[in-house]
Write a protein that binds this ligand. Structure first.
Ligand code: HEM
Ligand SMILES: [Ca+2]
Length: 792
C-alpha cells in the first residue's frame, strides 16, 4: 500500500494558500474514496447505482486537477496497477489562438518617396553603422570592455548574441536608421511613422540584401529542422530561430521607430523596482521545480540577445564600480539604468549606473521599413531546442554521431554531465575561463539548478537512444538521434502542458484555451494560419513572472532519508559557475530539493539574489537588479503600458489608478499611484507582479491572458506538436498514450544516480495526494520504448 517516506515530515494539510481559492465545487460530490484492497479501480458515482463519474487514471494524468484532489483525495488503483486518481476526461479541445488576431494598423503614406530620397536614406543608414564602427575602434584601443568576472560580464554572457544574431542585428540597424531618415524626410509624426513606412519595401532598395530569403521545404519530412524553418509550410520562417518577435500591440517608441519608450512622467525604473521587497515568503504548495521548469521553457522558446561590438566583444556601459562613463566613452548602443544616489541598497556602495545594452533588432520579416522588432535567436516552438540547439551549427556540435547520442563529459567512469567547451570563457572560475558547459541554449551555466535540468535531459536522450538501438538494431545514428529527439521533445511538451502550465494557469483557463492534453486520441487543431512566434509581451513581461518564484538558495539533501543536510547553494554565489556540478553528490542533492523545496510565493516580492545581487561575482559586494532590468527591457522594446493589455485582454481600460483596485493588490496600487503620472504609463511588468491571481492559478488576468495566448500558439501553430494527428510524423495511438502517462518524476527517476524515492508530481510538495513512492515500483509509469519497434 501507499506509504509516506518514513523520514520525511511534511506539514499536512497543504491546502489553502491565500492566492488559491477553494475549487472543490468542480468536484461537488462529497464521497470518500478508498483504495480498494484488491486493487480494482474505483471512482465515486453520484448515487450508489450509477456508474462512476470519472475514470481512474494513473495519477499524473490528473495533474491539471491537482488542487481539487488535495481537497478530495480520490485515489484509486489504475488499470496498470499504478497509483491512480479520479478526474474528468478531456475529450475535446477548442482551438483558441485567435485572441489577438492580426489587425492592419497601417496608415497611409503622405506622399511617394523619390528614388533619390531613398538612396539618401540608405546612405545615411550605412554611415551610421560606420560611425558606430569608428567609435568601437576607438573604445577598443582604450580597452573599454567589461572585465572577466564582473557582473556586467556575466550579464553579457546571458544576453550573448551568436554570430548569426549579430549579423541580423546590424542589418536591422540599417533598416531602422533608413526608416528614421525617411520619417524625417516625410515629416511623419512618431505615432504614424512606424506604420506608414511599412508601405515601403526594403527589397527594392540598395538594402535588399538584408531581406531574409525563404527556405525551400520538404513537406513530407518526418522530423523538425534544427532551426524550425519549414515547420509552417506556408510561412517557412515562422518560429525559426533568428527571426523577429511578434507583438500583441504595436510599440510605443518615442520616435515611432526605435527610440526607447521614455517621456516625462515615466518614473525611473530604479524607483519602480524598489516597490519590490526582498521578503522571504515561500509558497506552501508549489515546489521550486515550478521555477526551474519555467526557466527551461523560457530558454527553449526565447532568447533576445543584446548588441555586441563589431569585433564580437561585450559592450561596457558603466565603470567597474557602477558609475556613468563619460558621454564620449559611452557606446551608442548602451542604455544604462540610472540608479538613485539614495537607493536603499546600492546607495551604500555609491553605485549610480547599471550596465544595460539594447536588444538586438531584426530586419522585419515582411522586408518592409517601419518600427523595430527585437530578434529571437531561439526557435519559438517548444521543441526542446534548449537541449538540442536552435541552429544547425549548434545542434551538430552537440551530437556524438554514434548511436544517436549526444556528446557528454564522463567523470570518474560513470558520472555523466554536459560537454565542456574550453573555448568558452564566460564562466566564473578560479582558473581563467575554464570549465564552462555547453548546451542547446547559451544560458546553460547561468545557475546550477538550471544546469541540472540540462544534464537530466541530456542523460535521458542518451539512455533512450541506447535502448532504442537495442530494440531497433538496424537504425543508423541519424534515425536513432531523430527518433529519440522526437520522443524527448514530446515529453518536454507533455510535461509543460500537463504538469507545469496547470499549476500556474489553473485548470479552468487551460480548458478555456484548449490547452489541456486529451485523455485519449489525437488533436486535430493544427492551423497553419496560427503564428507560433513568441510575442514581445510574453518575453519581456508576462513570462518573467517566474522571477518572483526564485529562491535565494537550493538545499542539498545528501540521501533519500532527508536526514543528512549538505548545506545550501546560494544563487548569488553561483552565477555562471557550474563547477559544483562536477561532483555527483551535488547533482543528486539538488534533485532532492526539486522534489521537496518550495518555490517563493508568486507576488511582488523578489529575493535579493536577483534584486540586488544578480550576477554578483566573488570579487564584488553587489550585483545588478533583475527587476529594474525587466522594466528597462520593456522600455527598450517599447512595450505599451499595462492598461492597454487590460483592454486587449477583454477588460475595461482603467481611467484612474483606483480603477485598478479590483485587479491589483491595494498595496501595489498605492505605490504606483505615487510613482506614475498617468495610469496609462504603468509598465506592463509591474502590473504582472501586482495582479490578483486568477481562479486556480498563481498569475493574474492579464499575465495569464498573454501566457495562454502564447501557449495556444505553440500548440495549434506547431505542426509537430506531439498530440496532433493526421500528419505523416504523428505518433501511433499507443505511443501517444504511453507519452501521456509520463511525468517529470519518471524523468528524474531515470536520470538521477542515487535518488530512488520520488513524489509522482514533482511540481507539488509532498502531501497525502502526492505521496512518496519508489522509483523502482509501478507508481510512476515508465515509457515503453518497445512501442517504437519498427518493421523497417
Ligand atoms: C535563477 C533564476 C533566474 C535568473 C537568474 C534569471 C535571469 C534573467 C536575466 C538576467 C534575464 C535577461 C534580462 C534582460 O536583460 O532583459 C532574464 C530574462 C528572462 N527570464 Fe529569467 N531568470 C531566472 C528565472 C526565470 C524563470 C523561472 C522564468 C520563467 C518562468 C524566467 C523567464 C525569463 C524570460 C521569459 C526572459 C526573457 C528571455 C528572452 O527573451 O531573452 N526566468 N532572466
Ligand atoms: Ca525552441
Amino acid at each position: 500500500q501507499y506509504q509516506y517516506h518514513p523520514n520525511y515530515a511534511y506539514s499536512a494539510p497543504l491546502v489553502g494558500a491565500s492566492s488559491r481559492p477553494d475549487l472543490s465545487y468542480v468536484f461537488s460530490y462529497p464521497f470518500n474514496l478508498y483504495r480498494t484492497p484488491g486493487g480494482e479501480p474505483w471512482c465515486p458515482s453520484a448515487s450508489p447505482n450509477q456508474p462512476p463519474l470519472f475514470q481512474c487514471k494513473p495519477a499524473i494524468r490528473c495533474s491539471p486537477w491537482f488542487i481539487e484532489l488535495l481537497y478530495n483525495p480520490w485515489w484509486c488503483t489504475a488499470a496498470d496497477g499504478s497509483f491512480g486518481a479520479c478526474c474528468p476526461d478531456v475529450y475535446k479541445t477548442t482551438s483558441s489562438v485567435a485572441r489577438f488576431p492580426e489587425s492592419s494598423k497601417l496608415t497611409a503614406m503622405p506622399r511617394d518617396i523619390t528614388k533619390e530620397e531613398m538612396t539618401r536614406a540608405v546612405t545615411v543608414a550605412r554611415q551610421h553603422v560606420e560611425e558606430i564602427s569608428a567609435f568601437e575602434w576607438h573604445a577598443w584601443s582604450n580597452m573599454l570592455a567589461p572585465w572577466q568576472n564582473s557582473a556586467a560580464y556575466s550579464y553579457s554572457a546571458t544576453t550573448y548574441a551568436s554570430l548569426i544574431g549579430q549579423q541580423q542585428g546590424w542589418k536591422g540597424l540599417q533598416s531602422v536608421e533608413a526608416s528614421r531618415k525617411l520619417a524625417s524626410l516625410l515629416k511623419l509624426e512618431p505615432e504614424y511613422a512606424g506604420f506608414a513606412l511599412q508601405h515601403l519595401c526594403v527589397r527594392e532598395t540598395a538594402l535588399s540584401s538584408i531581406c531574409r530569403e525563404q527556405p525551400k521545404c520538404n513537406a513530407s519530412a518526418l522530423y523538425r529542422t534544427y532551426d524550425a524553418s519549414c515547420n509552417n509550410l506556408d510561412y517557412p520562417n515562422w518560429g525559426r530561430s533568428n527571426s523577429p518577435l511578434e507583438r500583441i500591440l504595436p510599440p510605443q517608441y518615442a520616435d515611432g521607430i526605435w527610440a526607447p519608450r521614455e517621456w516625462p512622467g515615466l518614473p525611473p525604473v530604479d524607483s519602480v523596482s524598489r516597490i519590490v521587497q526582498d521578503i522571504d515568503y515561500p509558497d506552501n504548495q508549489l515546489t521550486i521545480t515550478v521555477m526551474h521548469w519555467g526557466q527551461m521553457v523560457a530558454h527553449d522558446v526565447t532568447h533576445v540577445p543584446t548588441f555586441r561590438t563589431l569585433n564580437n566583444s561585450a559592450i561596457q556601459c558603466c565603470t567597474g564600480d557602477g558609475k556613468y562613463l563619460s558621454p564620449e566613452r559611452t557606446h551608442p548602443l548602451c542604455f544604462p539604468i540610472d540608479v538613485a544616489h539614495n537607493n536603499e541598497f546600492y546607495g551604500q556602495f555609491g553605485v549610480t549606473c547599471h550596465d544595460f545594452v539594447r536588444s538586438v533588432i531584426a530586419p522585419r520579416e515582411d522586408c518592409k521599413f517601419g518600427y523595430a522588432d527585437q530578434l529571437n535567436q531561439n526557435t519559438a516552438y517548444l521543441d526542446a531546442s534548449v537541449i538540442y540547439g536552435s541552429t544547425e551549427k549548434v545542434a551538430r556540435s552537440l551530437r556524438e554521431y554514434v548511436g544517436g547520442r549526444m556528446r557528454v563529459t564522463i567523470i570518474g567512469g560513470d558520472y555523466v554531465v554536459l560537454p565542456v567547451d574550453p573555448n568558452r570563457k564566460d564562466c566564473i572560475t578560479d582558473e581563467y575561463g575554464s570549465e564552462c558547459f555547453v548546451g542547446g541554449d547559451q544560458r546553460v551555466n547561468q545557475y546550477t539548478g538550471l544546469t541540472v535540468l540540462h544534464i537530466v535531459w541530456l542523460r535521458l536522450h542518451n539512455k533512450y537512444a541506447n535502448q532504442l538501438s537495442v530494440i531497433n538494431p538496424l537504425w543508423d545514428d541519424e534515425r536513432l538521434y531523430q527518433e529519440t529527439k522526437k520522443i524527448i521533445t514530446a515529453l518536454f511538451q507533455h510535461i509543460t502542458y500537463n504538469e507545469y502550465l496547470p499549476s500556474v494557469l489553473g485548470p479552468n483557463l487551460m480548458e478555456e484555451y484548449g490547452l489541456l492534453p486529451l485523455t485519449s486520441g489525437y488533436t486535430y487543431t493544427y492551423d497553419p494560419a496560427v503564428k507560433a512566434q513568441i510575442t514581445n509581451e510574453f518575453a519581456t513581461a508576462a513570462f518573467r513572472y517566474g522571477h518572483s518564484l526564485i529562491r535565494n538558495y537550493n538545499e542539498l539533501w545528501l540521501d533519500d532519508t532527508y536526514a543528512n543536510y549538505g548545506g545550501e547553494l546560494h544563487l548569488k554565489d553561483w552565477y555562471n559557475n557550474p563547477k559544483v556540478l562536477f561532483d555527483p553528490i551535488v547533482f543528486n542533492a539538488l534533485i532532492r530539493h526539486f522534489i521537496t523545496g518550495t518555490a517563493q510565493n508568486f507576488d511582488e516580492n523578489v529575493v535579493d539574489a536577483v534584486h540586488n545581487y544578480l550576477f554578483k561575482s566573488p570579487y564584488q559586494s553587489w550585483g545588478l537588479d533583475l527587476i529594474a532590468a525587466n522594466l528597462w527591457r520593456g522600455r527598450d522594446h517599447a512595450i505599451p503600458g499595462y492598461n492597454f493589455y487590460l483592454e486587449a485582454c477583454g477588460s475595461k481600460r482603467a481611467a484612474t489608478f483606483d480603477d485598478l483596485l479590483p485587479i491589483m493588490r491595494p498595496a501595489i496600487v498605492e505605490k504606483i499611484k505615487y510613482l506614475y503620472k498617468s495610469v496609462d504609463d504603468v509598465d506592463l511588468f509591474i502590473g504582472v507582479l501586482g495582479e490578483w491571481a486568477i481562479k486556480g492559478g498563481i498569475v493574474g488576468p492579464v499575465t495569464s491572458c498573454i501566457m495562454a495566448d502564447q501557449f495556444a500558439r505553440l500548440k495549434d501553430g506547431d505542426r509537430f506538436f506531439y498530440e496532433h494527428g493526421g500528419q505523416p510524423h504523428s505518433f501511433t495511438p499507443a505511443q501517444l498514450d504511453a507519452i501521456r502517462s509520463m511525468s517529470l518524476a519518471r524523468v528524474l527517476c531515470e536520470t538521477s544516480d542515487t535518488v530512488d524515492w520520488m513524489t509522482h508530481n514533482v511540481f507539488w510538495t509532498p502531501s497525502p495526494m502526492n505521496p512518496w513512492v519508489p522509483c523502482y515500483g509501478k507508481d510512476i509509469p515508465r515509457l515503453n520504448l518497445n512501442l517504437w519497434k519498427s518493421t523497417y
